[in-house]
Ligand binder design. Structure first.
Ligand code: ADP
Ligand code: MG
Ligand code: MG
Length: 255
């Protein structure tokens, strides 16, 4: 299965003029229809992995490959990746002052629809769809009139990300610590959002520090990441072991 196949991925960032390697030969395969989790200590490169998959240009890929749905993901622009069905929910959702949330969402949805050869949604059709979604997520429609994420609480930002994800209906979603700082209600919103999309044509990579989120999103596989590599992979029991015992066992085994 090569739906999402990351092989030997190495990436670095410019750290005040010096190249700083962060990903150091990362291998990971996520089959179609599966939800995988990555857990790992702070600084292991989890967010870097999600940025590299999204195509953020401050990270330089120095080796390795990423095959996605039969395409070379690393050769695609961020827009092309989104159009191909890759969606990213970031640890800190970006605030866009002066950009109306509903317009932003409609533009993103229509760009993806165009790329898929589907008709664009006009304002009326879009509002109908988005209102059904906001209702589902217990969001007030007032949030659609505000600027993207500006002045949103942590929980509102997460709801807004889940709204974007459901509206874009991606083939592959990456959620980078979407659970950090969330109360239990917001956590459930995120988990329900992922679970509602689960099916044979949806895969996800859920990056988290905590077993807690994985009580709600049952992963097919759990990967342990440290120092820019996947150092252990297993079933959902890995997350429970990590919660109980910490990373030491895996770090020692990998050393
Ligand atoms: P994680 O998400 O697992 O906590 P990150 O991917 O955020 O890890 O960071 C991995 C390592 O790369 C850390 O040591 C971090 O300090 C470093 N790093 C990330 N971004 C930058 C940057 N812009 N400049 C310098 N170092 C960075
Ligand atoms: Mg971190
Ligand atoms: Mg991170």
């Amino acid at each position: 299965n090569d739906f999402m196949k990351i092989s030997g991925l190495c990436a670095q960032i410019d750290d005040n003029g010096l190249p700083k390697p962060i990903l150091r030969g990362l291998d990971l395969e996520i089959p179609k229809g599966q939800v995988h989790a990555i857990m790992g200590p702070n600084g292991s490169g989890k967010s870097t992995l999600s940025y590299v998959l999204a195509g953020r240009d401050d990270y330089e890929v120095t080796d390795g490959s990423v095959a996605f749905d039969g395409q070379d993901l690393l050769a695609m622009s961020p827009d092309e990746r989104a159009a191909a069905g890759v969606f990213l929910a970031f640890q800190s959702p970006v605030e866009l002052p002066g950009v109306n949330n509903a317009n932003f969402l409609r533009t993103a949805v229509n760009a993806v629809r165009r790329a898929r050869g589907e008709d664009e949604l006009d304002a009326v059709a879009f509002l109908k769809t988005v209102r059904a979604e906001t209702k589902r997520l217990h969001m007030s429609d007032e949030m659609l009139k505000r600027n993207v994420n500006v002045g949103f609480s942590g929980g509102e930002k997460k709801r807004n990300e889940v709204l974007q994800m459901r509206m874009l209906a991606p083939k592959f979603a990456i959620l980078d610590e979407t659970d950090s700082g969330l109360d239990i209600d917001a956590l459930r919103v995120v988990a329900d959002g992922v679970n509602s999309l689960r099916g044979p044509d949806f895969s996800a990579l859920v990056i988290t520090h905590h077993q807690r989120l994985l009580d709600y999103i049952q992963p097919d596989r759990v990967h342990v990441m440290a120092k820019g590599r996947i150092i252990h992979s297993g079933g959902p029991e890995v997350a429970r072991q990590l919660e109980a015992q910490g990373y030491a066992k895996y770090l020692e085994a990998a050393a």
